[in-house]
Every structure is written in C-alpha cells, then in structure tokens.
Design a protein around this ligand. Structure first.
Ligand SMILES: NC(=O)c1ccc[n+]([C@@H]2O[C@H](COP(=O)([O-])OP(=O)(O)OC[C@H]3O[C@@H](n4cnc5c(N)ncnc54)[C@H](O)[C@@H]3O)[C@@H](O)[C@H]2O)c1
Ligand SMILES: O[C@H]1[C@H](O)[C@@H](O)[C@H](O)[C@@H](O)[C@H]1O
Length: 341
C-alpha cells in the first residue's frame, strides 16, 4: 500500500461491487496523492470488507451520511447507472468533484437533467468513467485518425464480448451498460456526433440467459458519413474481448487484440484471453483515476465530461428505441451549453 499522507485527497467510493471494489484497491494501493476517505454501500458488510482491504476507512450507508460527516474531498460513484442521477444531484449541490462510472445515467432525459444541474453550479465537477479513452491502443488509433496519415477514416468495426452478463442484465442494458462504451469511443475516435443508430438482433445464442437476445449488431453513422458497427455479445463464454478495426482510404488498423504477449510454441501460436474488463483495461483505469485525482486537486476535470455522458446517453436512447421498433433511429441532441464548449 502507498503510505497515506495527510495532504492526500480523501476519495469516497460509493458502491463497493465489481467496479467499486477495484477502484478502492486502486486508490488504496496504486494512486498517488489520494487515499480512501470513505466507503459507501447499502450492503454494510461488503463496504467493511472492501475498506479493510486498504487498511480501514469510515463506512457509510448513503451519500447523504458521508457528506454530513464531511469525510471526503472527492467521490468515485460506482453504483448501478439507474441510481446515479440522485446521488450526482447531492454531490453537485455539495460541490464535490465526482468520477461517475459509466453510464452517466441510462437515458437522455435524466442525463440532460444532470448536465443542467452542473450548468447551474457553473463549473465542471463531473467526469464520466469512459476509461477506454485512456487506453494506449485507443489513443494511438485516434492519433492516426486525426493525423490523416492513411487518408480519411471510412469505417470502424468494434467487437465487444463479455464471458457472461451480470445477474439481471436486460436487452436495454446491453445498449445502456455495454454499447455505451462504443458510442463514446466513436465520438472520441471521429470527433463527430452520431446521427443515427440501428440495432439488429440475429440468431440468439443458446447460452444467453432467458429473456436476453444476445448477440446484437449495432450500426451507427456519424455526421460526416463514417459508418461504425458494434458486435455486442455479453454471453460469449470465451473470455473478455474488446477489439476495434479501422478502415482508412489507404490502410487498415486493428487495436485491442490482446493485452498479453503473443506466444508461439509447441506448434501453436496465440495469446491469453483476458477474463474480464479488470485486466484488459487495468492500465487505462489507473491512468484515468490518477489524472482525475490530479485534476480534482486543481479544481478541474481531465477526461470525458457530463456532456460526453449525455451525448452517449442520447445514442443509447436511440439504440433502445431501435431494439424495440427494428427501425433506424435518429439521435436528437440538445444544444451544447457554453460550459462544455
Ligand atoms: N468502466 C467499466 O469498465 C465498468 C466496469 C464495470 C462496471 N462499471 C460501472 O460501474 C457501476 C457499478 O457496476 P458494478 O458492476 O460494480 O455493479 P455491482 O452490482 O457489482 O456493484 C454495485 C454496488 O452498489 C451497491 N449499491 C446499490 N445501491 C446503492 C446505494 N443506493 N448506495 C450505495 N451503494 C449502493 C451495491 O450493494 C453493490 O455493492 C455501474 O455504473 C457500471 O456500469 C463500469
Ligand atoms: O459494466 C460493464 C463494463 O462497462 C465493461 O467494460 C463492459 O465490457 C460490460 O459490457 C459492462 O457490462
């Protein structure tokens, strides 16, 4: 564990589940200039176990209790997305810098309310946890796209595979919790807004849990006409894979095939498949959180904003409607407030 310093920023982690527990470990052991100031979870035992992993920290049952105790300087919000809006309202009102795990909220209307609440405060306090923007492969591909070195980018093809979905996962969450990453990535890579979304459901896997139509194919078009596809398959069994292939006028580029070395031995060649998002994006999470901590200490953010969270939520809303109607759905965006331009 890194030695805590009294001047370290006290970070409250809200939600000590899959993602929250990983952030608690990260803040407790790997991140400089920050320490775990509090752990909040409705499941007290889970919160206490996670706090004990980093040498102990005050535990609370709600954001309100944590704020009343003045226990933290900043917060990582890692509860399920449908719970984010209310706690973000409390954190904005208290002026607390917050790294909000994706999605900002599941739908465009609630995401816009969060944006409006932040605009009313008058400064950017919310960063959204689109950690892929901190992945080296993502950054290299974006750089290639903006340099124009291989001509214009024409198409992007994404594959997003999880071994199994978390309990209670629904068709809507396939879009709002999983494809939301690609909706943000497409904006990040192209610097353009998405104009429409089309979701098609083909042959479902017999391994998908009942009620889930898995896999699905999402196609989007950006404002200049770039087409992007996403194969989303959350019951893929084979491990965790997030790949992108980019087609340029004079080149094709692939990123994310593996986070491990390529081994050739005994007549076989290949690499290990990551078991989850934790090893696949470990470095990206570390960079994201370190940069967020350093920015929060300066009173700034250093990554995707609440507006980026809203823009992705607007794509999700179109995606969910396309799932329901089978039609290609136009993405409607509000006017960008001055705070984000
Ligand atoms: N960036 C990524 O790659 C990534 C990966 C996984 C999850 N996430 C995001 O992180 C968030 C959490 O997802 P998860 O998979 O860790 O979920 P999870 O269900 O494993 O954990 C959620 C935790 O929140 C707690 N909780 C529920 N209601 C609460 C409340 N009102 N106040 C305090 N605690 C409460 C639960 O008891 C649980 O411990 C989601 O927004 C999810 O989309 C992001
Ligand atoms: O919440 C998780 C997380 O965001 C992962 O990065 C993504 O691959 C999963 O599909 C999603 O369920």
């Amino acid at each position: 564990m890194t030695a805590g310093h009294s001047r370290d920023m006290r970070v409250g982690i809200v939600g000590a589940g899959r993602m929250g527990a990983d952030h608690i470990r990260r803040i407790g052991h790997d991140i400089l200039r920050a320490r775990v100031g509090a752990v909040v979870d409705v499941d007290r035992e889970r919160a206490e176990a996670a706090a004990a992993d980093v040498g102990g920290a005050p535990v609370f049952g709600s954001v309100t209790e944590m704020l009343e105790a003045q226990a933290v300087d900043a917060v990582i919000l890692a509860t399920p997305g449908f719970l984010h809006e209310e706690d973000l309202g409390r954190l904005l009102a208290a002026g607390v810098p917050t790294l909000c795990e994706k999605p900002l909220t599941p739908d465009a209307e609630s995401a816009l309310r969060v944006v409006q609440a932040e605009v009313a405060v008058g400064r950017q306090l919310i960063q959204v946890g689109f950690m892929r923007r901190f992945d080296t492969g993502y950054q290299q591909l974006r750089q290639l796209i903006t340099s124009g070195e291989h001509g214009r980018l024409l198409m992007l093809h994404h594959q997003h595979r999880n071994p199994v979905p978390p309990p209670g996962f629904t068709d809507e969450m396939i879009i709002q919790d999983s494809v939301v990453h690609e909706f943000d990535a497409i904006r990040y890579f192209t610097g353009e807004e998405t104009v429409d979304v089309d979701v098609r459901m083909g042959l479902p896997s017999s391994r998908a849990v009942e009620g889930l139509h898995d896999p699905q194919l999402v196609t989007v078009q950006t404002s200049s006409g770039i087409l992007a596809t996403v194969e989303i398959f959350v019951s893929a069994q084979l491990g965790y894979q997030v790949h992108t292939q980019a087609s340029f006028e004079a080149a094709s580029v692939r990123i994310g095939e593996s986070s491990t070395l390529q081994l050739t031995a005994g007549g076989r060649a290949g690499s290990a498949v990551d078991e989850s998002f934790v090893p696949r994006f470990r470095e990206a999470y570390d960079r994201e959180v370190q940069r967020w901590v350093d920015a929060a200490r300066r009173g700034e953010i250093d990554g995707p904003s609440a507006w980026d969270g809203y823009a992705a939520a607007a794509c999700c809303e179109a995606g969910v409607e396309s799932q329901r109607t089978g039609a290609r759905v136009t993405v409607e965006l509000a006017e960008t407030p001055g705070l984000y331009t």
